[in-house]
Design a binder for this molecule. Structure first.
Ligand SMILES: [Zn+2]
Length: 243
C-alpha cells in the first residue's frame, strides 16, 4: 500500500491484508512473537492507530525508516479495533514493506501466525447463500448413494461444496443409517458409503469385468474405449439448473 506524498516520495501505509474486501491489520502484542489480526473498529468511537503516536516522538523508539518510509497520517489514523480478533490488546502493527518500525522490531511480517486469529477470520464472513438447486441436488446425489453406494458429481461451485457434503451425509444417514465418506477433487465431489457399496459388490465386479473386456478389445483393434452404459452414478451440478 504505497502512497506518493506531496514530495513525490513513495511512502507505505498500514501493514494489512485484504480478505474478501475486509482489511485486517497485522498486529503484535507486547508479549510473544505471534502476529495477530485486527479488524477495523466496528463502533462509531475512534479506535486505535496502527502505530502508537509516541513512536514518532524523539525518545519513542521509532526507527528512521518509520519516519521516512511510512505515511504517518495513515499509521496514526484511529481506525482499528482495540482488540485483536482473538481478544488481546495489541501495541502496534507489525513492520511491513517500509522496513522496521521500532528499535525492538526484529523483522518485517506479511502474514498472521496466531492460529486463533486465523480461524476467527473465517467467522467474519457470512456463510455462503445456498444455491437454489442445492436441495434438489442433495436429493439426487443421496438417491445415487443409496442405490449404488457411490456417487460422483462434477462442476460443484466451491462455496456450495461443504453444504452439499454435509446435507448428503445427513440424508443418507437418515434413510439408511449408514455414514458416507466424501472426497473433493477441485469441483468434483465423490460420496462413498461402504455398507451400500459392498451390497453391490457383484455388480461392481461385473462392471469391472466389462471394462477390462473393452480395454482389451480396444487394444486389439486400435479403436476407442466406448462405455457400454452411461455411468448412472455420475451427475453434474450444471445438469440441475432451475429455470
Ligand atoms: Zn490472535
Amino acid at each position: 500500500m504505497a502512497i506518493l506524498d506531496f514530495m513525490g516520495v513513495d511512502r507505505h501505509g498500514v501493514n494489512a491484508i485484504d480478505v474478501c474486501g475486509k482489511t485486517l491489520l497485522l498486529t503484535e502484542t507486547g508479549g510473544g512473537t505471534a502476529v495477530h489480526l485486527t479488524a477495523e473498529s466496528a463502533t462509531a468511537e475512534p479506535g486505535q492507530g496502527a502505530v502508537p503516536d509516541y513512536y514518532f516522538e524523539e525518545s519513542g523508539g521509532g526507527t528512521s525508516a518509520l519516519k521516512h518510509n511510512y505515511d504517518k497520517a495513515a499509521l496514526v489514523e484511529p481506525r482499528w479495533s482495540e482488540k485483536t480478533l482473538c481478544g488481546r490488546q495489541w501495541v502496534s502493527m507489525a513492520s511491513g514493506e517500509g522496513s522496521l518500525l521500532h528499535e525492538f522490531d526484529q523483522h518485517e511480517v506479511f502474514a498472521p501466525t496466531c492460529k486463533r486469529c486465523l480461524s476467527l477470520m473465517d467467522n467474519l464472513f457470512p456463510a455462503p447463500t445456498p444455491d437454489d438447486r442445492l436441495k434438489l441436488v442433495v436429493q439426487v446425489v443421496a438417491d445415487l448413494v443409496l442405490e449404488h453406494g457411490y456417487a460422483e458429481i462434477h462442476a460443484v461451485p466451491g462455496d456450495q461444496q461443504s453444504a452439499l457434503r454435509a446435507q448428503v451425509r445427513s440424508a443418507v444417514r437418515k434413510r439408511s443409517g449408514h455414514g458416507t465418506k466424501t472426497h473433493v477433487c477441485k469441483s468434483m465431489v465423490i460420496f462413498v458409503c461402504d455398507e451400500i457399496y459392498d451390497q453391490h459388490a457383484d455388480e461392481h465386479d461385473r462392471d469391472a469385468g466389462e471394462a477390462m473386456e473393452r480395454v482389451m478389445e480396444a487394444a486389439a483393434t486400435g479403436g476407442e474405449i466406448v462405455p457400454i452404459r452411461p455411468r448412472e452414478w455420475r451427475t453434474s451440478w450444471d445438469a440441475w439448473s432451475i429455470g
